[in-house]
Design a protein around this ligand. Structure first.
Ligand SMILES: C[S@@+](CC[C@H](N)C(=O)[O-])C[C@H]1O[C@@H](n2cnc3c(N)ncnc32)[C@H](O)[C@@H]1O
Length: 274
C-alpha cells in the first residue's frame, strides 16, 4: 500500500482542494504570530499544494530559504509545477515525516499546519522526528484545529447525529483527531520545548453569504465522508443524497453559523540536547 493511502482526504483532487482553500493572508497572519521573518531557513512539513510554502518563502525574504515536504507524489508534483523552480530558495521534496529528515540539514523554523490532525496516534513520534531537523534554539510551529468541523448552528438533530457518527468513524478507522488543537501545548511541554506560546484564532468563521472556496472545501469533505463511511448515512432520511441536500441547504443559508478555532503553538528547541 502506498504510504499516503492512509491519509483520510486522499483523492485525485486533493492538491487542488488544498490550493483553493488556502488563504494567503490568513497564512501570513499565522506565520507572523510564529515570528517567522527575513533570513530564516524554514521547513514546511506536510506542505500540501505548496501554497503555504510560497507564502512563507515571500515572508523570509531577503535571504531566507524554504523546503516543502510531503509524502504524496501528486502534491509534490503540483507544488513543483506551481510554486517551485520560479524563484531561488524554494524547493519541494517527497519525504515521509515519520522517517528521518537528516538529508535536509537543520532549520530555524519548522512549520507544520494541519498535519497532526491526521495522527490521533503517532503525533508525538512525528514531533520527535521533525524536531531532530530543528537547529538548537530553533522554533517548532504547530498549527491545528480543535473541535474540527463540529460546530454548526442551527442544524437538525439528525444531521448533528450523522456528523458525530462520521467523526467517530474518522477517529477510529482513519486515525483522524478532531481534538488535536487542545493537545499541542502538552505535546511540546512533554518534549521539553522552551518558551512555549499559544495563540487561538478562528479558522472557519462562516456566516452570511458563502464564499466559493468554503463551498467547494466543505462539499468535498462531505463527498469524502460518503466514500469512507457510506453506512453512516443509511438511517438518514433519503440516505447520503438526502444528507448532502440538507447540508448544502444549511450551508448556503446566510442564517447559518459555523466556526472552528485554530491553535497556533510555538516552542523553542533547547540549546542542550533534547
Ligand atoms: C490537510 S493537508 C495540509 C497541507 C498544508 N500544510 C496546509 O496547511 O494547507 C495535510 C498534508 O500533510 C501531508 N502528510 C500527512 N502525513 C504526512 C507524512 N507522514 N509525511 C509527509 N506528509 C504528510 C498530506 O499528504 C497532506 O498534503
Amino acid at each position: 500500500m502506498r504510504k499516503e493511502a492512509a491519509y483520510l482526504m486522499e483523492n485525485p483532487d486533493e492538491a487542488i482542494r488544498l490550493d483553493i482553500k488556502t488563504d494567503p493572508d490568513a497564512v501570513r497572519k499565522q506565520a507572523q504570530l510564529c515570528s517567522i521573518g527575513a533570513g530564516a531557513r524554514v521547513l514546511d512539513a506536510g506542505c500540501g499544494s505548496g501554497k503555504t510554502t510560497a507564502v512563507l518563502h515571500d515572508m523570509i525574504q531577503p535571504g531566507g530559504t524554504i523546503v516543502g515536504v510531503d509524502f504524496a507524489q501528486d502534491r509534490i508534483c503540483f507544488a513543483q509545477n506551481n510554486y517551485g523552480g520560479k524563484k531561488l530558495g524554494i524547493e519541494f521534496r517527497l519525504m515521509d515525516l515519520r522517517e528521518p529528515l537528516d538529508s535536509l540539514g537543520q532549520f530555524d523554523f519548522i512549520w507544520m499546519r494541519f498535519v497532526l490532525e491526521h495522527y490521533r496516534e503517532g503525533a508525538q513520534d512525528i514531533i520527535t522526528t521533525v524536531a531532530r531537523a530543528l537547529a538548537p534554539g530553533g522554533t517548532l510551529c504547530l498549527l491545528d484545529l480543535d473541535y474540527n468541523c463540529l460546530s454548526h448552528y442551527p442544524i437538525k438533530p439528525e444531521m448533528e447525529t450523522v456528523l458525530r457518527m462520521l467523526m467517530d468513524k474518522m477517529m477510529h478507522s482513519y486515525n483522524f483527531d478532531p481534538y488535536v488543537g487542545r493537545k499541542l501545548y502538552t505535546y511540546l511541554y512533554d518534549q521539553a520545548f522552551r518558551d512555549i506560546k499559544v495563540n487561538m484564532i478562528p479558522h472557519h468563521l462562516i456566516y452570511g453569504d458563502l464564499r466559493d472556496s468554503d463551498d467547494f472545501n466543505w462539499i468535498k469533505k462531505i463527498e469524502m465522508a460518503s466514500v469512507k463511511a457510506r453506512e453512516n448515512f443509511e438511517a438518514y432520511p433519503g440516505g447520503y443524497e438526502g444528507f448532502r441536500e440538507d447540508f448544502t441547504g444549511f450551508f448556503h443559508d446566510p442564517r447559518r453559523f459555523t466556526y472552528t478555532p485554530l491553535m497556533i503553538c510555538t516552542g523553542k528547541k533547547p540549546k542542550t540536547r533534547m
